[in-house]
Design a protein around this ligand. Sequence first.
Ligand code: C2E
Ligand code: MG
Ligand code: MG
Length: 749
Amino acid sequence: MRRQLYRAVWMVLCIGVLMVAGGILLAAFLSGMIDDAMQEYLNTRTEEYRNKIYEKMDADYQILDTFSSIVGGAALMEDEEFPKLLDQANYQNDFLTMVYMDASENITAATLDHEVTENETLSNIQPEAREVLERAMEGERSVSPQFQGELSEENVVVYGTPVYQNGEITGALAASGKIDVFQEILDGDTLLEGFGCVSMIDGEGNYILHSGKDQTGQELINVFAEPYFAPEEAAEARKELQENGSLAFSFRYGGDRYRALIQSMGINGWYLFSMMNTRAGSGEIYLMNQVAGTVFIGIILLVLFLMAYGLRMVWKNGKKLNRIAYCDSITGAYNMLRFRQIMEERTKTEKNYSIIALNVHQFKFINEIYGREQGDRVLCCIKEKIEQNLEDREFFCRENADIFYLYSGDTDRDRLERRLKKIMDSVSQAGEGRYGNYQVLMCCGAAIAREGEEEHTLDQMMSHVMLALVRARDVHQNNVWFFDKELHRKELMENYVESHMNQALEDGEFCLYLQPKVALDSRKTAGAEALVRWVRPDGSMIYPDQFIPLFESNGFCVQLDMYMVESVCRQLRAWMDMGTEPVPVSVNQSKRAFYEKDYISRLTGILEKYRIPAELITLEILEGFALENEEEVNSKIRELQKKGFRVSMDDFGSEYSSLNTLGKIRINELKLDRWFLKEAAAGKRSVKVIMEQIIQLAHKLGISTVVEGVETAEDDRMIRELHCGYGQGYYYSRPVSAGDFFERYLKQE
Ligand code: C2E
Ligand code: MG
Ligand code: MG
């Protein structure tokens, strides 16, 4: 979800950036187009102005040329009336001065105020005019640069043209006019449609004619200066102009942008400098561009706003969905899904951690008696108390009903126990008095994972926590139970045993093992004890300690004991059929089997089936249950003895042993628990004395004696000394399979 949101945010940003970039490109493209169009416009208009100026010059030349051909053709200069003629021509044509110079450099000059000067010499003429006259004498038409005329305060220019007589140059005509005539052209009302101005400048950028309509309104004396050119650009621009004869550029002034063009006029190193305000100049296009730009930016902003709004909605909905997906609706705590996610993430790196399950005792009664609302309040209170006691990096969830899980980096049992008790006690306190006499009690199951110890998957850890919680529920008070590996192993085994016992019995997995009982006087194998072994299909063996107690409590031992009696009888029959002299075999009998109603008939039935004399079978009953109900046990023993069975009291001394017992129960054999040997071997003399007394008493009562757990030669020597009848233990032999037993103790060579 978050990743999708990030992706969406990125997408919106990218689209935004792309749109902005697109907008900028489009704006640049449009403004480039406008610029080009403007430049084109400037070029054309400048050309037009240049042509107009040329036309004006041409007109002046035309007048001079016409006058020159009239003068030359009719040799009017030699006429007396020539000065007058010159004056008239000057006056009619609006020149300031008209001058004729003959080949001897005699000059006749007519000025606007009808003054005619004759016999003027060339040296008295202003240098700019002199140059024009000299060039005309050489046959060249030319115009002078501007200069301050003598008769005018304004700048003037002088045109010069040769005068021909019969094809030969006989003189030169020159006329001066105010340069302002060009100004009129430049200042025309329609000058660049009123958005620009045109000036005339020289090659150095100095103004010759400054347009009165310069939009910058500056008192400028040179073009190669601010605001047209930055000081560092001026030299470069000047060079470019000289090389190319024209220079197009743009500049900014007063917040407006201007396009400008300097174009050579091809006369006297004069240039036309035109410029126009791009905003004003581009008129509708510019406006359109502006509007389009604004609309475009508006659209971008709108799109971005909509996207941002959409994202916000998605984000909000995402949060809501997250809450629904990851939080418990009643308490607002995380739910199991989120808890597992965080846990999985954490345990990738954390190897020391604990998982704790907290549960309310009999929560369903709170719901039933006080209503769901109260139940929910208890849950919220638990959530609050856990939250208040959370430490750094701990987190928790409510799974369902009243189970909360807590993840902690703490693996110290005592500290965890203290903290959890505090949480549970505070929940109990918060509920005090609310539910009458009912006290809210909780229990905790905890599982600890430590680095270096056996590693468990999270699923295993969670099941350990639940197992611990089941144990914790047994105690009706605020308590914590930590998962115990050994206990769990035992529980697993019990579970296996209980779920497989029937099938195992059917499949013959319960096997008969025999341990010899040695007659201490003759050192011969005088009998054997049948001991069951559960051999699993994979060959592994389960020993009686791991299943007999369970079978005793679930009653399966009734079936197993009969099965073992039958196994023994089958084995005896097999040996007898082989012609081997069998030895009596003791079979352990559980209390349950012994008390079965048809116990004796079932036993005799088996014996009959295999045709085994009852004397070969000794039934071992435990000391404990023999004493529970003396009379019933005694009558059953008597019945069994009548049928020929022998009865042995097993593990004598391990529980309520008292010498009285021997007198009360009518047994044939007494098996002293291996506890005696262990204690005696450890040097306890008193134990040895008791053993001796027991053995003597048993003998006096006609009961044969067997000492169990003979493990060493020393044990063997001691029980001999005590005149015990038989010994049984690893010293003689461990329990072995029936086949091995036959091979070792019965087979006659
Ligand atoms: P138990 O009847 O007292 O059997 C003697 C136990 O002591 C056997 O353990 C045997 O292997 C062990 N033992 C023998 N010699 C020595 C020794 O020198 N040192 C030590 N430390 N132990 C020795 P096992 O076979 O594990 O049987 C344990 C108990 O399970 C038996 O104690 C018996 O009470 C019960 N049991 C065995 N098979 C059956 C059966 O088929 N039915 C019933 N109801 N109980 C059985
Ligand atoms: Mg036994
Ligand atoms: Mg025993």
